[in-house]
Design a protein around this ligand. Sequence first.
Ligand code: 5GP
Length: 194
Amino acid sequence: MWSERGNSRGQVVIISGPSGCGKTTICQELVKDPRVRKSISVTTRPRRPQEKEGRDYYFVTEEEFERKRKEGKFAEYARYSGHLYGTLLEPLERALEQDMVYLLEIDVQGARQIMERFPQALSIFILPPEEGVLKRRLLGRGTDLGKGLATRVEIAKEELSHASRYRYRVVNDRLERAVEEIRIILGLDQKEHR
Ligand code: 5GP
């Protein structure tokens, strides 16, 4: 896949998928490889208890987000489930200059913007094994009950309809298998540095 980088040394990789499909866990596995790094997004969503500022997201107010947006700090941004999310441009550009894989775990709206702005970006859509599993995983999360869950299931269904726009589709039926498949797609299976 290295030939698809265009003029840059680094490879930007978009990872999308419906809420609850396991893409965060997949990314956590992928970054265990020293050649892989994940972009940390800026969001106006409230922090979940297990999340850490600067590790999972940069948590900001709507005003701060808007200021950054006006300053051109975002490579893409989108509103998802009522909150704003954005990918910072500067670290992405720095990653492109280095020999590394830079993961963007972003929604379908953001993915479309990145595909236009960085056509060399590789795109992977994670598919849940089936909708029932998706719903159970969302319920199991326990943070988005009630209206939040219904909204997220609706968004998830809508998101699934975008899967065909992505270069690769990976079914997350078993975590290790999905991770291995992505490592092969990214050419990471060849020379292991660990
Ligand atoms: P969550 O609130 O569950 O962490 O994320 C909700 C959705 O926003 C997920 O689909 C996630 O991939 C997406 N997301 C996270 N960061 C960004 C970002 O910087 N830009 C866009 N467009 N979507 C993002």
